[in-house]
Design a protein around this ligand. Structure first.
Ligand code: ADP
Ligand code: MG
Length: 407
């Protein structure tokens, strides 16, 4: 395990344990979280691994972290002096988790943590939450604490929002800590109620392909804030607490601003699409034989519809995502859409197993490489035509949440 070899290299000796927290993809429900609506993420097979041990021989309680993905950079922080703003860069995520755990009354020992990951960072697959959740499991286990998962979700989110200063919703940490293999997680962002929805495409002759467009457009952060403000303004003008409370699009007649009307239409229809996908999956005979090709075709149609809504109504898509969706659907995908906040990151495509090519099944990795299978070929060719950096393909298999691997 590469996290363990990094641990030996940097800290000497063996770690007390190894923990893994997955990245996530969101099947449906984008920009619905901060409108108190629904999201439907699933955990990926790809994740962040933390090899860690208590650090008892030093004076004071120090947290020392290093990452295979941040070479040369070992960061040491004093647990007693932690406060938002004191740690910058990638170490703000693990340090923020320690800070949020202590703020919640959980006393931690000093620790050394070596990180490795196969979730590409900044690709909209939530490497940041995976890093937080792997750290949270490692630190609480080393401290001998048994903190309920629901509380860890809140703690990891606080680390991201308040310590690292990234204003995100509750979805990413919930997915990393609460998902189950072969399921997606229906999360009600108002009540924080969750439920498991059977979702195992491989069992039904389908596959999920992630296309990292490798694009990151500068406007991402500013536009995200603007969309949030627009949604709040629309809710205010409609006289409702949040857009979640809209029960009929016909009730938006009083909203005259065409931009706000489009934003509202996206949030409303995307919430509905989440519930439609859940209904389709729950109506299927499971676990075996699982949903039929017709069910996947219907979910695919909803995915592509969601992409159009994000592109035209919410206006957060980007050229590489539009091209990837068009090429994937043209080559036989059931459907595809951009995932994440927008203006960069990844596209999720639901494909018949045959169209994904080798590498789309469970247990197979991206090692089978791009260029195999008509969907990958078509997307690769479209990117080449535009002169864009070749996309990266990852197989997405709904997987288990964060867990201890050894120790
Ligand atoms: P996403 O969560 O979609 O991958 P973010 O911008 O939210 O994108 O988080 C990416 C950031 O998380 C990186 O810039 C880095 O600071 C941190 N990060 C993610 N993975 C690692 C890793 N393996 N090692 C160190 N830092 C990481
Ligand atoms: Mg993130």
């Amino acid at each position: 395990m590469r996290a363990v070899s990094l641990f030996r290299e940097r800290f000497g000796g063996e770690p007390d344990g190894v923990w893994l927290a997955p990245g996530r993809a969101n099947l449906m429900g984008e920009h619905t979280d901060y409108n108190e609506g629904f999201v439907l993420p699933f955990a990926l097979g790809q994740g962040v691994t933390a090899a860690a041990s208590r650090n008892p021989d030093r004076a004071g309680r120090r947290l020392t972290v290093c990452s295979r993905q941040e070479p040369g950079d070992t960061v040491e922080v004093d647990l007693d002096g932690l406060a938002p703003g004191r740690v910058t860069g990638w170490a703000a995520y693990p340090a923020g988790v320690a800070w949020a755990l202590e703020a919640a009354g959980h006393r931690l020992p000093g620790a050394c943590i070596a990180i490795d990951s196969d979730v590409p960072a900044g690709a909209g697959l939530s490497s940041s939450a995976a890093l937080e959740c792997a750290t949270a499991l490692a630190l609480t286990s080393l401290a001998g604490l048994d903190v309920p998962r629901a509380e860890l979700v809140t703690i990891a989110r606080r680390a991201e929002n308040e310590f690292a200063g990234v204003p995100t919703g509750i979805m990413d940490q919930s997915a990393s800590l609460l998902c189950r293999a072969g399921h997606a997680l229906l999360l009600d962002c108002r009540t924080l109620e969750t439920s498991q929805v059977p979702f195992d495409p491989a069992a039904g002759g389908a596959g999920l392909l992630l296309i990292n467009t490798r694009a990151r457009h500068e406007l991402a952060d500013g536009e995200y804030g603007r969309r949030r403000a627009e949604c709040e303004e629309a809710a205010r003008r409609l006289g409702i607490r949040s857009l979640r409370d809209l029960t009929d699009l016909a009730d938006t007649g009083s909203l005259t601003d065409p931009v706000l009307r489009r934003r509202v239409r996206h949030v409303f229809t995307d919430n509905q699409r989440v519930l439609e996908v859940v209904a389709l999956l729950r109506a299927s005979p499971g676990p075996s034989p699982g949903p039929s090709a017709d069910t996947y075709r219907e979910i695919g149609r909803l995915l592509t519809q969601a992409h159009a809504s994000l592109r035209d109504d919410f206006e957060v898509s980007w050229p590489e995502a539009d091209a990837a969706v068009e090429a994937a659907v043209g080559a036989g995908a059931y459907g595809a859409r951009m995932i994440g906040g927008g203006f960069g990151g990844s596209v999720l495509a639901l494909v018949p197993a045959a169209a994904a090519g080798p590498g789309s099944g469970p247990g197979s990795g991206p090692g089978s490489g791009p260029g195999s299978g008509p969907v990958r070929d078509a997307v690769t060719a479209a990117f080449a035509r535009h002169g864009w950096t070749a996309p990266e393909f990852l197989d997405a298999v709904p997987s288990d949440s964060a867990r201890q691997l050894s120790g």
